[in-house]
Design a protein around this ligand. Structure first.
Ligand code: ADP
Ligand code: ASP
Ligand code: MG
Length: 405
């Protein structure tokens, strides 16, 4: 079968691991499979490149930043291809431009528009393993664009779809998708499988184990994705469209995110058009807003709160005085030190008792809930950032997630 295997930064962090990855790819080919490989930048390279950019400019030019960041993945493809060749397997490292991964020009947050995979197919047909740079794309005018942090997962899924691969395998330093981040909950349990919609909620609420756009794309094309270990042979977790009947009405996993900020616009006159006047300037500045809560009004005045990622707070605060003036609010307040914790599972909103149990658990742990948001398969509480880990552990216990399936 044809598979696309993606190896993340930790899995190619040094020479030993790169040689290990090469060995795994060869084993797979010997077993009769065709393999296309997507790699991320080694270890913390992307963070280090960002720091380097900030050391020469406080506000690096987005085009040149993408030019710089894309070199991280380019290093990895060359090294993995060399390691394969050293073991006697022909291989070829390809940038996104060479592999035909086209995006629109939105530096730092490109979206894949199409994949023209002829070159990749030709390399495969010639017996060379294509090793493709994740996280980058090319525009029609040959500009280099990156796809957003963690987006090598998305490159791999897009390639698998374009090539008609049987599945995409996401090889990591963990053995699959767990009921919670195993770094925080040592007793977290690996899930045998999970539906696209549950995985999408977990990923969107902060589980960095899969990039959310990768899950979204796989779901649209019904591509099975196996999250598995790059280190050991492990059965992994299959992300797919089916859920077992027995798995309904229960919490499947807990996601957390310690990078949340909140802004409250105080005493806003309660009249039509206010929300548009608050959120349009933020959207125009490229700031994405997450949870929005408008309180009941008292004497035609209301407080409106919303959350955003901490990295966007400074930019948002620079717009707030103008926004307050335009809606007639006397002031706003900002809190930079929040986080969120979510329970996710198909059916939990229609079943009784999940919300109550979540709130009771947080209360018993002495954790104050700042805001609540829900979807059909998720409940999220915004809490203090320094209590996020405690909340994840308490909820993992309360919903008995360590129990065998
Ligand atoms: P990659 O190297 O492939 O990019 P990441 O570092 O992005 O991998 O994702 C793997 C990490 O995700 C793990 O080390 C783990 O700490 C974290 N993680 C968070 N939530 C989960 C979860 N529910 N299951 C497994 N891993 C998780
Ligand atoms: N190297 C990129 C990042 O660190 C992309 C990825 O790892 O998926 O965000
Ligand atoms: Mg990742």
């Amino acid at each position: 079968m044809l598979v696309v295997q993606k190896y993340g930064g930790t899995s190619v962090a040094d020479a030993d691991r790169i040689r290990h990855v090469a060995g795994r790819v060869i084993k797979r080919i010997k077993a009769g499979d065709q393999v296309v490989v997507v790699v991320s930048a080694m270890g913390n390279t992307t963070d280090e490149l960002i720091d380097l950019a900030l050391s020469v400019s406080p506000d690096p030019d987005p085009r040149e930043l993408d030019m710089l960041l894309s070199t991280g993945e380019q290093m990895s493809v060359a090294l993995v291809a060399m390691a394969l060749r050293a073991l006697g397997q022909e291989a070829v490292g390809l940038t996104a431009n060479q592999a035909g991964i086209y995006t629109r020009a939105q530096y730092g947050s490109g979206r894949i528009a199409r994949v023209e995979a002829d070159r990749v197919r030709a390399e495969l047909a010639a017996g060379r393993v294509p090793i493709i740079a994740g996280f980058q794309g090319t525009t029609d005018d040959q500009e280099i664009v990156t796809l957003g942090r963690g987006a090598s997962d998305t490159t791999a899924v897009a390639l698998a779809i374009a090539l008609g691969a049987e599945r995409c395998e996401n090889c990591k330093d963990v053995e699959g998708v767990y009921t919670a981040d195993p770094r925080i909950v040592p007793t977290a349990r690996r899930l045998k499988d999970i539906t696209y919609e549950e995985m999408l909620e977990l990923a969107s609420q902060g589980s960095q184990v899969m990039h959310n756009r990768a899950v979204e794309l796989a779901s649209v094309y019904n591509l099975p994705v196996l999250v598995t270990s790059s280190m050991v042979d492990a059965p992994g977790t299959l992300i797919h469209g089916e859920s077992e009947l027995e798995e309904r009405n229960r919490v499947r996993g807990i996601a957390h995110d310690s990078d949340v900020a909140k802004i409250t616009v105080r005493r806003v006159p309660d009249r039509p058009g206010i929300a548009a006047n608050i959120f349009e300037p933020l959207a125009n500045a490229g700031i994405s807003v997450d949870t929005i809560v408008q309180n009941a009004s008292e004497g035609h005045l209301t407080d409106l709160s919303f959350t955003l990622s901490r990295g966007d707070l400074r930019k948002a605060e620079s717009l707030m005085p103008g926004i307050c003036e335009s809606v007639g609010s006397p002031e706003y307040t900002a809190d930079a030190n929040l986080g969120k914790v979510s329970i996710v599972g198909v059916g939990i909103q229609t079943a009784h008792g999940y919300a109550a149990r979540m709130f009771r658990t947080l209360f018993d742990a002495g954790i104050n809930i700042e805001l609540i948001s829900t979807s059909e398969i998720r409940l999220t509480c915004i809490i203090a950032a320094d209590r996020v880990n405690d909340a994840v552990r308490a909820l993992h216990d309360a919903f008995e997630l360590e129990r065998a399936e």
